[in-house]
Design a binder for this molecule. Sequence first.
Ligand SMILES: [Cu+2]
Length: 142
Amino acid sequence: MDYKLELIDFLPKNRSITAMVLALLLIMPGAVVAEPVAEVVDPAKVDMEAEDTVRIDVEDFTYLKGKVQVAPGTTIVWVNKDSVQHDVKLPMEQNDSLDSMVKTRLVGQGKRIALRFNREGSYLYICSIHPFMKGIVQVQPA
Ligand SMILES: [Cu+2]
């Protein structure tokens, strides 16, 4: 009888708060484990000659390799050759879920953007200020 009373005291008095705490406990482990589709990487730390690095030049408002096929873990480096700034933003509508949303910072001429792609899938990306600029990264096992 006493044990039962202690357990009730431990839980918050308000039922909706109790429900919220329990819901958070269920949701949180999944949210922490889920690996992002792509991670922003410091381009200065990327070995451009490495086998798991792919370079895409950006010139005349165009991602010059419009479609690339890579293995999971590949880092893609975009090199901006235009005199205006560009970035890389995922997803387009076709991408599978909100956790694939990534936006890099804008970079000017001669600067680089690097993203490492972790998960299999087909990812459309755009430049956020020039949305007519499009590219596709297909990630699948080698
Ligand atoms: Cu742009």
